[in-house]
Design a protein around this ligand. Sequence first.
Ligand code: CDV
Length: 307
Amino acid sequence: MRVAAAQSGPIQKADSRQAVVRRMIDLLDRAKAQRCDLVVFTELALTTFFPRWHMTDPAEVDACFEREMPSAATRPLFERAREHGIAFHLGYAELTPEGRRFNTAILVDRGGRTIGKYRKVHLPGHAEFDPARSFQHLEKRYFEPGDLGFPVWRAMGGILGMCICNDRRWPETWRVLGLQGVEMVVLGYNTPSVNSQKPGEGPQQRMFQHRLSLQAGAYQNSTWVVAAAKCGVEDGHPLMGGSMIVNPDGEVVAEAATLDDELVVADCDLDATAFGKQTVFDFARHRRVEHYGRITGQTGVILPPEE
Ligand code: CDV
C-alpha cells in the first residue's frame, strides 16, 4: 500500500481547530493526488504541544482536549478522507465522558469508521512545575497512562499497530507489537529539538536517537514503521522534524525535507515483513522467555549486591 506520513508544521496556541483541520484536509488532498491509501497524522495533531505549558485554569486545560471524535471541528476531516477513500491515523487529547484524560490515537478506515484506538502508555516528563527545566514537559500532569495495552488490528490487508512518540524509545513497545505479528507500526510525535534538562543535547543528537529507535524497532520486529512529526517553532519552542518511513530491514526509505506541513510517501509491501519474521526474528524458534522474567516482573533497576 502507498502510505504518507503527514508531517505537521507548528501549531500556535492561538490557532483554531478549524484552521488546523483545513491544513490537514490540504494534506489529505495532496495524498489523494499521490494515490495514497493511508495517511498518518501526528501526536496531538489538533493543538500546540500544550504539555510544555503549566496551566492552572481548568477551562484552559479542557480547551486542549476533545470530548468526542469526530467533533463538529474534525468532522470535515473524516468526510474528506471518506470521499477520497483514504484511511488515516490521528493523534489527539481525549477527555472521556467519565472525565479521564489520555494522549490518544485512532485508526480510521477508508469508509470513515474508527476501527482502532490506542492510548499512550509511556508518558514522559513530570506532573508539577519544574523550575530547573528550560521548558516544561507536563504529560504526567495532563494525562493518565494508557489503559488499552498495545493492540493490533487487521486492516489495509495487513496487521497494523500504533504507538505514540515516547513509546518509540522503549523496546517493550515494539516487541509486544511484534509478538502479535505486526506488519506496520504508525506513530506521531512532538519531540523538542533540545533536551530541557541537558542543554548540550541538541537537534543532531536528538535526531540520531529518533532514527536509532525507529530503525531498531523496525528491524528487530521485521515491520514497517511510519512516523509523523509535529515540528518547527511552536510559541517560541522548536520541535524537531524527521518524519520518516522505515522498512522491515531497518532502512529509511523516505524522509521529510522540511520543518513544515509535508507528505512523506512510500510504497510499503507488507509481504516484505515475512522474511525477517521467518528467519532471524522467528520468535517461536529463537526467543528464550525463561530468561526474560525481569522484563515484566521488575520496573526499576535492581543492582547486584556490593562485593
Ligand atoms: N511527546 C513526547 O513524548 N516527547 C518525548 C520527549 C519528552 C523526549 C519524546 O520521547 O520524543
